[in-house]
Design a protein around this ligand. Sequence first.
Ligand SMILES: *Cc1c(COP(=O)(O)O)cnc(C)c1O
Length: 434
Amino acid sequence: MSRDVLVRATDETMDHFLYRDGQLHAEDVPIARIAAEVGTPFYCYSTATLTRHFKLFDAALAGMDHLVCFAMKSLSNVAVLKLLGDLGAGMDVVSGGEYARARAAGIPGDRIVFSGVGKTREEMRHALEHGIRQFNVESEPEIDLLNRVATELGTVAPIAIRVNPDVDAATHEKIATGRKQDKFGIPIDRAREVYAHAASCEGLRVVGIDVHIGSQLTALAPFEAAYGKIAELTRTLRDDGHEISRLDLGGGLGIPYSRGNDIPPQPAEYGELIRRTVGDLGCEIEIEPGRLISGNAGILVASVLYLKKGYDRDFVILDAAMNDLIRPAMYGAHHDLVPIEEPAPGTEAEPHDIVGPVCESGDTFAKARPVPPLRPDDLVAFRSAGAYAAVMSSEYNSRPLVPEVLVSGDQFAVIRRRPTFDEMIARDIVPEWL
Ligand SMILES: *Cc1c(COP(=O)(O)O)cnc(C)c1O
């Protein structure tokens, strides 16, 4: 196997994790230098990639009144949020915790949209008291509860109603959200009735329509189908007397997780599609990209612990595990694995199962993955580990959450440090009566 199957080409549209003088760098910083200081495993993010990806979306909607709300569930470190917020990003939050993080990062309330099927009364109240651009409401009971909470506070909650357009995003089963059997939104054919009800609520002000059909979409056709339905609905609701001034078109644009696969559509093409489908309605456009901004802006760096000969295969045992990066176990996801030291030209790659130390066979990052010869203590990196990666990590097997590092040019900083065992244990409380 030739080495360029192991190593991503110098493709500026992807990321800023490239080999220089035979060493993988994050921008201008050698990964090995960070590893020596921070220890492994750790996540490493690139400000240049985050910035570039945000600006691609912002530029794609240029000329239209718009706000790019980063779906912070994909990567919610406060330093990353501040970076994007300083560029003008809004935030799409899905919990009170995310709302608090966004505010801690200095994002003003009028740039925060609150999504999610299960908002609690406390989450609604807190956001109303501290500032919110809009709630994307997903059901009639939620409409009624938000109306009550806003009325009690003597305020009016701006809302968009999330409609389920019954469009198949043709993505992984667990992240398709716009089919009629999915739990999200209200059925589009009931929209008029539900909008009429919302408009009659004194504590609510209808400002728009919201839609989000899924994640990791690799084609534009499902967006086109959904946004076409939204354009039609906008006209219908306006005819019914509703002021529809905003369209929140959700997120979902996919990223290339491995070389050689089809490259998903670019933000510019997506922007053109938005212009074509809803551009003539005079609405302010909101989009909620997560993965495309953060996915290829991060890597997970790990050390090789052991090479083990198995019954019918060879294993590479790493110090990172499924608790640190669960996407392979949870979605069968592929993450490219690259050595930090660039393999010499012509190096043979042999298939290995890449596994972690957790006591489950599910703790497998890749099966029969061709890798160049590795030795204990060698450093490796999983690519495309910026989105739905650190945010999904846990302390399973009492493995402390791994640190996060942010690189900018030739500088780097730890933006979440590794907790000590004592800090991890201190959260547990042994009752007096034990
Ligand atoms: C997850 C989610 C997004 C972001 O999806 P990506 O695929 O990461 O772009 C946007 N909006 C809502 C409502 C979501 O649930």
